[in-house]
Design a protein around this ligand. Sequence first.
Ligand code: ADP
Ligand code: ASP
Ligand code: MG
Length: 441
Amino acid sequence: MHVWKFGGTSVGKPERMRSIRNLITEDNTRKVVVLSALSGSTNALLAIGESLKASNDDDANAKIDALKAHYDTFVADLYATEAGKAAGQQVIDSEFSFIRSLVGIKPFTLKQEKELVAEGELLSTQLFQAYLAEEGVPSALLPALEFMRIDADNEPEIKFTEETLAEMLPAHDDKQIIVTQGFICRNPRGEVDNLKRGGSDYTASLIGGAIRADEIQIWTDIDGMHNNDPRIVKNTFPVRELTFDEAAELAYFGAKILHPSTITPARMFGVPVRLKNTMEPAAPGTLIADRTSSEVFKAIAAKDGITALYIHSTRMLNAYGFLRRIFEIFEKYKTPVDMLATSEVSVSVTIDNTDRIQEISDELSTFCTLEEPDHDQTIICIVGNFSADNEGVALKVFNAMQNIPIRMISYGGTESNLSLLIHGKYKADALNALNDGLFAR
Ligand code: ADP
Ligand code: ASP
Ligand code: MG
């Protein structure tokens, strides 16, 4: 079985939904089809939530009207038959009556906001399923809220997904296509929750791992993982093959084509991930699996919003146990450290989640001196084959970066990554300079 995920732009227009219907039925492979919300819907729902939080009900109602009008037009175009249009309209009426019921609830809490934002995927999947029914494609809609769950640390419970899907799927053995929602899940309180922005990729990989799929395909609006951020750099090109490790690093360090955690479940269960372009289905895209090609430099990504902390020991030189004490504090406050640089008496680390920075700083201050942290930093992550035999890697990187101030460097943690910390204002310059220096063709 395959798991195919289609992102917002891939389902955002009626003609796109129609082309997806053709894509998923071109061969006889059984597929779990994971859908995102129609493009723009998640942002529109969040904007409605902002109005409701501010108790601006008129504003919220106007935004709900506009969003509903968008869906009305979508349904009028998508379906060919009167029965199809009626089925689609019923989906919209029922979901929008729920959305409307949130207006006036005071205070409007995070719980309601999450129920609201889940509507995007609930709408897209039901509309698509009704379309498949109209087209006579044997298919079923499996509610993600029944098999996707996160724990108290917001980590997906893949064992639960595996067991629940093993119970649910046999009832649909006669169906070629199983449709489900990306992004949404339940939390330990049983409330509706989600896997954070862009989370449908993660859903697809979690399902792919849980059912030991033959392949996971992520269908989007570009032909695979490019060697650099195409929104910032001209002349980027698709990378045809990546290992799980390489892809995981690019996703974690900002390549927006994949949710940061997407690769973890696929890697855990050895399920290959193929990135494909809905607008150009014949293009090969990118295959993420165990094997790698031999280029030295493969791709670059950048992660913004990073904070650097500078920590000095107040104790004697060579005090062992110093690093352990520091990292215990980050562990206690569940704050991952991304980059690290050490000297005899000091250590610099970067974090992207600053929710607990005050508590972390307070505890560190009991045995360390802290310099003022630097905010608005960016990690530039360069991925490739950097084994010790490949000479000149650092030289090429530093040559390309000669006009850009570098604050931290991390090299040698793996053979596939070299990371640099710079101020965020140099990001575009750095990505372009590295593109010219490392990928000039
Ligand atoms: P979807 O809605 O299908 O999930 P996204 O917008 O989340 O699509 O991801 C696809 C976009 O990611 C592309 O249109 C591209 O602009 C952006 N992107 C950023 N970095 C990369 C990269 N290295 N390779 C490919 N796309 C990238
Ligand atoms: N619809 C959600 C978002 O916009 C999830 C996704 O598209 O992957 O973030
Ligand atoms: Mg996405």
